[in-house]
Design a protein around this ligand. Structure first.
Ligand code: ADP
Length: 624
């Protein structure tokens, strides 16, 4: 008895897109179905290595065009489907990648279909009925799944001995209006050229019975349509950019060509070929916890593992690709990769390789590097941070910053090369954006002295620098931290005597602000501004802001120091107020403090109080 079931919502959306697509490159369904068949064989083969009840067989994929029934059959002797798998894999879209694709394609451009692995449902671009007959080694009977690509599908038990899957496509009627000739997919010539175009490197034979005339007799014979040479086994000179890009897009489900391709072969103590790609755009889930790093692992062209995590350090997790090594033997289970040591050695090589490729990209292809950097900078920075600086040497020259002087990114090396010899620090400032940093009162003196200041606008920046501490022995210094090292000796003395002179008023302000600030000081770093807040030692105010967004950080606290510009008119006014009526200094201090908070991008702690104080001040001043 056949059971009828409804497709899940996303499946319906994708099916709708397939059946109604006016997309011209419908032929890619061949690539998708053959690739599924090849994956299914990989899975069966892999099981055969560890499960003696599933012996290996001669793996094959078959194409069978049938003119009289107008069907194209694609068969494999791979792992097949259990009933549950039919429901889960063909009735729903499991992979969130496909969902992301759907969202993109529905919003933007149907033409993306051809560039993206859309999988099994692509069959409905050319077929108005699809039947899947299958048998898994884990079920005692076969199953038939069938659908016309609308809301529902049916599943029934069938008798079937052979393990594997047979997909029967009932090709649509030709559509003359749109010049679509679906019967072309029954022609030997078309099928041969499509296999060549899309599936030549599939590692299992893709066979078809072909007839040829010999001495006026028709001879039917089996022909293998693909060369079965994996693309990474071909000499580099024989691989066109188009081929490589197409391989990448398909193998790694991307609709953009990669930003960078690294194809490297090593022979000797360790023998392997690696094909590495840096995606043009970070994958949609790259910054989520779901993202899994890793490279595909092959042994002599045979697939072993989809995402081997050990082959890539976290800070290069954006790299996609594969490694094929004869040093990795197949008699292993996924969990017990005995070849740990080999993998580790390969990983160490690859890490060096990726690093040097990135460095040369920075040197020779700056534009490209900037594209890369915009996408992945956080990953690199986090790499320095998470290792307590252990990987600092490896990564520090890949990090770039914008500065107060220019919108161009510069490296730390460039900073050092450009700075005056007697400048003994690498200055930085933290804020939400370049604009807000440039407006910081503390920036005044840097502008005046024409000092380069690195702009830290990513949350991770300051955390990373805490870990790095210095670059080529030159320490990093925040311009938002209390410090007088930019002053010459006479100015320092001058400041000291001014602080002494104004001891009482400074004390009074500090008292008025209670535990809001750790100290109140005079400062020469301010030019136009009257006040600013700076951090004391320990964590900075910017770090406090970030940490406060995380759980269990109630105790996180940055020491704040209120700095007042002694040359500003406001300070003179304050002094006057203080002399006239000591009690009024309380409100004035509070307003000053809140102003400073605002400039630093902090919220006002008590807006009502702040507003009342301002109102009072305005009324007072109108009375005079
Ligand atoms: P994807 O291949 O991207 O996962 P598909 O829609 O093409 O998406 O296939 C969904 C799932 O169905 C596959 O992940 C696989 O588990 C299963 N599948 C597809 N084709 C076959 C096949 N020929 N044999 C066994 N399983 C298959």
């Amino acid at each position: 008895m056949a059971k009828t079931k409804q497709f899940k919502t996303e499946s319906k959306r994708l099916l709708h897109l397939m059946t109604h697509s006016i997309y011209t490159q419908k032929e890619i369904f061949i690539r998708e179905l053959i690739s599924n068949a090849s994956d299914a064989i990989d899975k069966r083969h892999f099981l055969s290595l560890t499960d003696s009840t599933i012996p290996p067989v001669a793996y094959e994929i078959w194409l069978t065009p049938d003119d009289s029934n107008r069907t194209l059959i694609i068969a494999d002797n791979g792992i097949g489907f259990t009933e549950e798998e039919l429901i889960n894999n063909l009735g729903t879209i499991a992979e969130s990648g496909s969902k992301a694709f759907l969202d993109k394609v529905e919003k933007e451009d149907v033409d993306l279909i051809g560039q993206f692995g859309v999988g099994f449902y692509s069959a409905f671009m050319v077929a108005d009925k699809v039947i899947v007959e299958t048998r898994s080694p884990f079920s005692s009977t076969g199953y038939r799944w069938s659908s016309t690509g609308e809301a529902s599908y049916t599943i029934e038990e069938i008798e079937r001995e052979a393990i594997g899957t047979t997909i029967i496509l009932h090709l649509r009627a030709d559509d003359e209006e749109n010049e679509e000739d679906f019967s072309t997919y029954l022609k030997d010539y078309t099928l041969k050229s499509l296999v060549k175009k899309y599936s030549d490197y599939v590692r299992y034979p893709i066979n078809m019975m072909v007839t040829r005339k010999e001495d006026k007799k028709e001879i039917e014979e089996k022909q293998t349509l693909n060369q079965m040479i994996p693309i990474w086994k071909k000499p580099k000179s024989e691989i066109s950019d188009d081929d490589m890009n197409a391989f990448y897009k398909h193998q790694f489900n991307d609709y953009d060509a990669p930003l960078k391709v690294v194809h490297t072969s090593v022979e000797g103590m360790l023998t392997y070929t690696a094909l590495l790609f840096i995606p043009e755009k970070a994958p949609y889930d790259f910054y989520s916890e779901k993202y899994e790093k890793g490279l595909q692992l092959y042994s002599k062209g045979v697939f072993i593992q989809d995402k081997n995590k050990d082959l890539l350090p976290d800070y290069f997790k954006f790299v996609k690709g594969l490694v094929d090594s004869s040093d990795i033997s197949l008699n292993i289970s996924r969990e017990l990769l005995q070849q740990d040591r080999q993998v580790k050695k390969i990983a160490a090589h690859l890490e060096k390789k990726i690093k040097s490729e990135l460095e040369s990209m920075l040197q020779n292809e700056k534009e490209k590097y900037l594209k890369f950097y915009e996408n992945y900078k956080t990953t690199l920075k986090y790499g320095i941070y998470e290792s307590f600086g252990l990987n600092k040497e490896k990564l520090q020259d890949l990090i770039l910053f914008k500065t107060n002087k220019s919108d161009d990114y510069i490296s730390l090396k460039e900073y050092i090369e450009n700075k005056p010899i007697d400048q003994n620090a690498i200055y930085y400032a933290t804020g939400k954006s370049k604009e807000s940093i440039l407006k910081l009162p503390q920036m005044d003196v840097m502008k005046e002295k024409e000092i380069d200041v690195l702009l830290f606008t990513d949350d991770i920046d300051e955390f990373m620098i805490q870990v790095m501490q210095n670059y080529q022995d030159i320490p990093f210094k925040s311009i938002q931290q209390a410090d007088t090292d930019l002053l010459d000796e006479t100015k320092k003395e001058d400041l000291k005597s001014k602080e002494k002179e104004n001891k009482d008023i400074l004390k009074a302000i500090k008292k008025a602000l209670k535990d809001k600030v750790k100290d109140v000081k005079l400062s020469y770093r301010l030019k136009e501004s009257a006040v600013c807040l700076v951090s004391g030692e320990g964590i900075s105010m910017e770090m406090e802001k970030i940490l406060k967004q995380m759980p269990n950080t109630a105790n996180v606290h940055a020491d704040k120091i209120l700095e007042i510009n002694p040359d500003h008119e406001l300070f003179q006014a304050l002094k006057k107020i203080y002399e006239q009526d000591e009690k009024r200094i309380g409100d004035y201090s509070s307003i000053l403090y809140h102003q400073a908070l605002l400039i630093e991008g902090y919220p006002i702690e008590d807006p009502t109080e702040f507003s009342n104080q301002l109102v009072k001040l305005m009324i007072d001043s109108s009375k005079k």
